[in-house]
Design a protein around this ligand. Sequence first.
Ligand code: FAD
Length: 291
Amino acid sequence: MKPAHFDYARPRTLDEVLHLLASRPGDAKLIAGGQSLVPMMNFRFARPELLIDVNALTDLDYHRREGDALCIGALTRHVTLRDSALVRELCPLMAEAYRHVAHVAVRNRGTLCGNLCHADPASEMPAVMLATEATLVVQGLSGRRQVPAADFFQGVYATALEPDEMLVEVRIPVGQARLGHGFEEVSVRKGDYALTLVASLLGIRNGRIEMAAVALAGVADRAMRVPTLEAGLLGKMPSDALFAEVGAAASLALIPADVDHADAEYRRDLIRTLVPRALTRAAERAAFQPT
Ligand code: FAD
């Protein structure tokens, strides 16, 4: 299918983008890489009257360290982040997760920020944002606000963005570079969205777990942290038995829906299997980090 008729604008400044968004509240959509929006338009799931192409805002194509944060601009493509030595150094969890994201053609055009705004519940990067406790910087004509990742994802394709706002930057705390990371995913084919995935960070001091962040996706209408799972790890010594126990508890606590290729029971099995694998990997890596 082809999309319904739409108007098109390619502004050159952020200010123009925001004025255009505000001029057609609810009827305008930004297009970055187009890798999710265009299929949605082709299937008529999205019918914006105005497409605002942000690809001329090249000054938003950056990723750099600023103080204690890895900052990523709105126009930074998946391919740049996937291949980045800085990302591998400052956010190895993201680097590992990127091995599972889409295919070359999609990664060449798609942006991290577009991916987060699309908010697919089986996508890798929302889980990475939750585990790392990233902040999403959004801007409208009335100014900027900083939204914690935990508040940004609100359901299937739903976020905290107002219709007149743009996600301009992602800020990931870099203290996590001292943590061990583990990322596990099962999908039908390489490069597909996940059936289930687990993104984890562990900090271990004096042989005991002092920090745990475990985010899952493909198990609910949005990526989610599991606080009871994390609480069950804190203060304990890492072990296969402990990780198997929390994996089993998580698989009972979460109620995934049936989807194509995976009914709820299979996805529960995935949770039970992938949580211990991700935690084991994170614990191995944490053991080599300076305390
Ligand atoms: P667009 O398609 O341009 O926009 C997506 C949405 O975000 C639109 O609603 C748009 O209005 C909005 N938007 C874009 N930028 C902004 C902004 N800065 N501020 C506010 N709103 C904005 N993704 C995965 O995570 N994992 C996968 O395994 C995966 N596999 C894929 C396989 C295929 C075959 C395809 C086609 C896509 C796949 N994707 C996957 C999706 C891919 O990651 C997209 O690139 C991404 O979801 C959207 O990024 P984009 O820049 O193309 O955004």
